[in-house]
Design a protein around this ligand. Sequence first.
Ligand SMILES: Cc1cc2nc3c(=O)[nH]c(=O)nc-3n(C[C@H](O)[C@H](O)[C@H](O)COP(=O)(O)OP(=O)(O)OC[C@H]3O[C@@H](n4cnc5c(N)ncnc54)[C@H](O)[C@@H]3O)c2cc1C
Length: 602
Amino acid sequence: MAETADKKDILRGGQFLVKETACEDVFTPEDFNEEQKMMKETVKEFVDREIVPHKERFEHKDYALTEEVMRKAGELGLLGIAVPEEYDGLGMGFVSTMLVCDYISGATGSIATAFGAHTGIGTMPITLYGTEEQKKKYVPKLATGEWFGAYCLTEPGAGSDANSGKTKAELSADGKSYKINGQKMWISNAGFCNVFIVFARIEDDKNITGFIVENDPSNGISLGEEEKKLGIHSSSTRQVFFNDTVVPVENMLAGRGEGFKIAMNALNVGRIKLAAACLDAQRRVIDLGVKYANERVQFKTPIAKFGAIKSKLAEMATNAYASESASYRAAKNIEDRIAIRLDAGASHSEAELKGVEEYAIECSILKVAASEDMQNCADEGIQIFGGMGFSADAPMEAAWRDARISRIYEGTNEINRMLAVGMLVKKAMKGHVDLLNPAMAVGEELTGIPSFDTPDYSEVLSEEKAMVAKLKKVFLMVAGSAIQKYGPELEEHQQLLMAASDILIEIYMAESTILRTEKNVKRSGEDAQKEQIAMAQLYLYHAVDTINQKAKEGIVSFAEGDEQRMMLMGLKRFTKYQNQPNVIALRNLIAEKVTSENTYPF
Ligand SMILES: Cc1cc2nc3c(=O)[nH]c(=O)nc-3n(C[C@H](O)[C@H](O)[C@H](O)COP(=O)(O)OP(=O)(O)OC[C@H]3O[C@@H](n4cnc5c(N)ncnc54)[C@H](O)[C@@H]3O)c2cc1C
């Protein structure tokens, strides 16, 4: 069961931006308990036994193999980690759910997608929104892998604009069933699933409605051919056609018109789990990359000894470390929030829904950051392999192709970037996150006289923490002024929103990386963490650069004259290092550790 939160004052979603977090208050992968460590080993063994030896078959559209591996995962209980015990799941906490998703997804995107679609969006809507009867009927079968689930939201004309679907649900004259007609597209697991979560519109309702639909070809359900895809070759992706498909009224999920809410909340969970699914994939690419670099000799030298390759390995490891740090930090926040709600008497579904919804901003941030880190990692993996990287006989090619989808599904990265800032502004308006006062304080600081004191940064990571605090001021300065200038019309200024979102993302990722490292320095000392300190510094260095660039873009787009000059001066002040990091030395240190251990060692 989820551990009970001992703190009632954990940060609310989005509050990381305006409140300082102590390193003791973040959860890190080094905090896994014994049960979680055992679970991690179990999953790793499963992947090494059932997936890795068959990598080639996964590249050759062996859909039956995907189904077989999923069934075996079900037998081991891995499909029911998040499902309460009363429905035959393991009822483990959110961190454990993330952990399983992390380690099961690393070897092939085909299983990552099948697993994510089944356990996340295929099962969760019933666990979270189903009636007791619906849960009893479907969830045990889904949790054990006896049945598989799929999620039918997207249509040819309704992708990002998910609420615009044309699929119709019409109530029968006797009021006992709905007849569903419509076409769904890009449906993962369609080829072998037993249950579809289908979203359809009743009459001219503003919002769609969710239904549980059993996959029965004799009930007007037919499938398109398997899509020919760039990657995830053994993940089944097909169109699903509903032609007068009869669904009993008791299979409606939640109420009429509640479907859009269900779809969006299922996606919140899906997004953070997708971030987890990009973690072990990065570790495995780094592992393969460093092994190759240590063995491949050119100019009588292992290529791992070349600065150009060291730089790649260091950056890849740093980004993976950052993605891990932020993913598990947010996962534990969600777990604690769920525990608080359970303690207060909420049902499991209510607690989980609200717990995840609270951190929807972080879920979007993580989805974007981890999917892009994964893509860059695989891309550099190819480069390390040189010509062999381009060959389908070497592993990097598939990793690169498989990585690409994560930037598209579960809400494209553009949509998630806009959502992250949009949700933050909404939270501020509702008074859940106070952006106004901190933004006003930054405004006063800009017009005030800057301090000329030289701060004492002798303590490890103290300058980095001070820098993160300043970066938060950059966000407040840019976003605060933009909101003041455009009000509700801000959403029309997408490029500005995207820039603000990139600032937000970099702050969360950099802060999480620094806090994880600081926590571990306190536990095991500076020397034992010297490479992790270097990674925290390197990540931050890039974050400062990105934030500088994005903030400049934003400021110049909406401010002129004195206001623009003042904000640009503020930006310079807020992104200035007292001690400029020697990033080449940092990369060398990190690369040395990765190459000497011949794996991703963190
Ligand atoms: C392999 C695969 C598996 C999938 N699995 C499933 C599944 O199981 N179930 C399911 O329901 N769906 C699934 N999908 C669908 C997926 O979620 C959608 O493809 C995705 O949401 C994007 O929708 P779209 O393809 O229609 O692109 P569009 O919405 O047409 O977007 C095209 C481009 O325009 C951008 N864009 C769109 N709207 C805006 C806007 N308002 N502002 C700025 N930019 C915008 C997008 O970011 C994107 O870059 C899957 C897709 C793939 C490829």
